[in-house]
Design a protein around this ligand. Structure first.
Ligand code: SF4
Length: 353
């Protein structure tokens, strides 16, 4: 008999499956709390269930979150950022990062194994796209860190879906996972403390708008001209950046959340004063914020970080044009913070063994 994976099921799914296997439906809430409030990794831990029910559970279900393992771990010198390469039972692996901010702990999640968007500056797609992550695998990344934090009486209070993969191409699983995290009987994380970042998949933004959550939307823009954006992000050929911005405007109007535009600053590519003016022209009078991200060099891709002067000038140009702008607080620079770099290195080393 093939066992079902229990981690990633919401309350209704648990109730449905328990009915099927002769486990009292009211047990579903107890199990839900064990999985998502307490972060249990085995059925034996669920001590308010009878032994017979625990046996039924292990007969019919796998609890895969317990079999996720960190195969590489890096900690930044300042102790505020930890990055892990997590491996799932099928050997697929993804990067997940936890950052300790003033307001608490934020986890940056991957939504796919690899990526096929081919953004020129990103290491995530170097080995191509493997597969979507399930809701349980997305949650397993959060709970990997949550279990470590709860021992210290701390918790994950924010999640950003900004790691490897394009979340809008796996939106059902991403939303399923975020809804469980949002639940009062999960980690109770407000939607306003969640962010989904997209390279600009218009149907995905529209679907997120229709889903009606107050999740923050971040759009990776990185250029304000068709030719440059297409060079940096080939998806611009399918979904032109002006149409993406129009869709993001609709999101802001319907869901009441200011949109964040991410702009990675690449030396000599998109960091000139003219680039800043073009960006300001594109975004003027929009309820948005631009987050400038000085590039982490990706040696495999040949990009460099601009000088501090170029970064400051870009920032000031936007400010002068009355664009809300922030400079990303750099965390984990010493541990290859750009998404996909840890996995890319691990795969390269594996190949050369
Ligand atoms: S930036 Fe995002 S969408 Fe683009 S290749 Fe990297 S992971 Fe994929």
């Amino acid at each position: 008999m093939i066992k079902k994976e229990i981690f990633g099921m919401n309350l209704e799914e648990l109730q449905g499956a328990f009915g099927e296997f002769g486990i009292k439906k009211y047990r579903a809430m107890q199990v839900f709390r064990w999985l998502y409030e307490k972060g249990a990794v085995s059925f034996e831990e669920m001590t308010n269930l009878s032994k017979a029910d625990r046996e039924l559970l292990s007969e019919h279900f796998n609890l895969g979150s317990g079999s996720v393992k960190a195969i590489r771990e890096l900690a930044s010198g300042d102790g505020l950022t930890n990055k892990v390469l997590l491996e799932f039972p099928d050997k697929a692996c993804v990067e997940t990062v936890v950052m300790h901010h003033d307001y608490g702990y934020s986890v940056c999640l991957s939504s796919q194994v690899g990526c096929n968007m081919n953004c020129a500056f990103c290491a995530s797609g170097i080995s191509g796209f493997e597969r979507n992550l399930t809701a349980g695998e997305i949650l397993a990344q959060v709970y990997y860190f949550q279990r470590l934090l709860q021992v210290k009486g701390e918790r994950v209070s924010r999640v950003v879906v900004m790691g490897s993969g394009e979340p809008m191409l796996n939106l059902d699983n991403v939303l399923h996972a975020l809804d469980i995290l949002h639940s009062d009987y999960g980690l109770c994380i407000g939607y306003r403390n969640m962010t989904i970042s997209t390279c600009g998949i218009i149907p995905g933004i529209a679907k997120l708008t229709a889903a009606g959550r107050t999740i923050n939307l971040a759009v990776s823009l990185h250029a304000a001209s068709d030719s440059l954006r297409t060079k940096l992000m080939p998806i611009n050929k399918t979904y032109n950046y002006l149409k993406v911005i129009a869709e993001a405007d609709a999101y802001e109007k319907n869901n009441g959340r200011q949109v964040m535009y991410e702009y990675i600053l690449l030396a000599g590519i998109n960091d000139s004063k003219a680039d800043a003016q073009a960006l300001a022209d594109t975004l003027q009078r929009k309820n948005c914020v631009v987050n400038l991200i000085p590039a982490n060099p990706v040696p495999e891709k040949g990009f460099a970080r601009p000088s501090q002067q170029a970064i400051d000038d870009f920032f000031q140009t936007l400010k002068t044009r009355k664009i809300n702008v922030t400079l990303r607080k750099e965390m984990g620079k010493d541990i290859n913070a750009a998404c996909g770099q840890l996995r890319a290195r691990a795969l390269k080393e594996e190949k050369s063994c």
